[in-house]
Design a binder for this molecule. Structure first.
Ligand code: ZN
Length: 425
């Protein structure tokens, strides 16, 4: 993909099209359908958008662009995997899962393209947004950004007042013949038992534990579903907590909920801020952007390591191998985690840290900065269906990211395609 090299007039094939698909023959250009596209739509907006302005594109980052394009690609695969599993709406009518409509289905006559004031990149408006943090990579990315900022604020403000935050990671032994949903239910039960137990309450009072933020996640490997949670523990003052103080409590809780008891070596890990800093330093350039807030919000979207595949790795594996088993595993994960909260703040912690009330995932996915500006509007009658059909949603935003000239040239090219396709829309 080399969008920066894009030349409309000279290309015989296009980076926007699926492999093998060529530009339409020149004779098709300028058809009546194309002429129709150039008619200004109602409301006074030109197809290319009246709000264009000369902007300086952000510095070119090919890897970041590839990641953004992949979000749309994996969202399409998630939609394909989950489409057969219809859900009843409030009226009792069967509907496709919301991820199938996310950033596809228009809510009005025009699809909007907005420019973020904060990072200069472009995003869609006027479309259905699902807010499915478990299933939808574009939504998960946006929600993670919002949640990550809050976590950073919480940790920084607590530590700057001379207090301690440590990260507790907990897991248990698992096997390849176990299903995700019952395992997740037992894990949740074990966590509840732990939090209600006398020894945990003793830790709370002895060490001055004032609250926590918990996140549960899963990877899939040769021993099946590896469910684990990261919990940020907020202590008053300077505190040192060792795994030995937590492991007996966690072992008892696992056994009580029907899980196999974890070993002392693997069931519990405690990372202090110094450990985290050392870890970051050791990882080198590749993971030097590791942060506590990224660990707490992006675990399920990143690429897994030796521990196994993250849920979105399962979709990557399906894309790369076409093996149905990866699709089935993604569905199994999605159905197990459906409706669960990804991040849980203990009661009272946000008040203690003077944070505003938490917004829902859907609100975070739909959030918009008031300084953001409208960049363009796309006709939903003809051009948008084509962009959807050819899976060009990500590419259109990347063109906008590269400035008005590239975007305008790209749109003209899409219009050419729309004229070529016998006007099915
Ligand atoms: Zn979504």
């Amino acid at each position: 993909m080399h969008l920066q090299d894009y030349q409309v007039a000279e290309s015989s094939s296009s980076p926007f099209l699926p492999p093998g698909q060529k530009l339409p023959p020149r004779g098709a250009v300028g058809s009546s359908a194309q002429a129709g596209d150039r008619r200004p739509p109602e409301g006074g907006f030109d197809l290319l958008g009246k709000q264009h302005e000369i902007i300086t594109p952000p510095p070119w980052d090919k890897a970041a662009m590839a990641r953004r394009l992949e979000r749309f690609e994996l969202q399409s695969l998630a939609a394909e995997s989950l489409e057969p599993f219809k859900v009843k709406d409030r009226a009792g009518k069967l509907q496709s899962p919301r991820v199938c409509k996310c950033l596809r289905t228009p809510r009005s006559k025009f699809v909007e393209i907005w420019k973020s004031a904060k990072h200069g990149r472009h995003y869609y408006g006027g479309l259905v947004v699902c807010g499915s943090v478990w299933d939808c990579l574009p939504c998960a990315a946006k929600i993670s950004e919002h949640r990550g900022e809050e976590i950073k604020q919480a940790v920084d403000s607590w530590e700057s007042r001379g207090n301690t935050v440590v990260m507790l990671t907990q897991t248990f032994p698992h096997y390849s013949n176990q299903s995700c949903k019952p395992l997740l239910a037992k894990f949740g039960e074990a966590r509840t038992i732990q939090l209600k137990s006398k020894p945990w309450k003793k830790i709370k009072s002895t060490f001055g534990l004032v609250g926590f933020i918990n996140r549960t996640e899963v990877t899939y490997g040769s021993n099946g579903w590896h469910i684990h949670c990261h919990t940020l523990l907020f202590f008053s003052g300077l505190v040192t907590l060792s795994p030995g103080q937590v492991i007996p409590i966690w072992q008892t809780a696992c056994l009580s909920s029907g899980l196999t008891a974890p070993s002392s070596a693997h069931g519990v890990k405690i990372s202090t801020p110094q450990d985290m800093a050392d870890y970051i330093a050791k990882q080198g350039k590749e993971t030097s952007n590791w942060t506590i807030e990224a660990e707490m919000t992006k675990g399920h979207t990143k690429r897994g390591g030796k521990e196994g595949k993250t849920p979105f790795d399962l979709l990557r594996a399906y894309r790369d191998t076409k093996e149905e088993k990866y699709k089935r595993l993604f569905v199994e994960y999605s159905q197990a985690f459906k409706g669960k909260r990804q991040l849980y703040w203990s009661k009272g912690l946000r008040d203690l840290l003077a944070l505003v009330p938490e917004i829902t995932d859907e609100e975070a996915a739909n959030s918009q900065d008031e300084l953001d500006e409208m960049f363009s509007m796309i006709d939903t009658a003809k051009l948008w269906p084509l962009i959807r059909k050819l899976n060009l949603r990500g590419q259109l935003l990347e063109l906008a990211n590269q400035g008005e000239e590239k975007f305008t040239a790209g749109l003209r090219y899409f219009q050419t395609l729309a004229g070529y396709t016998d006007s099915p829309f």
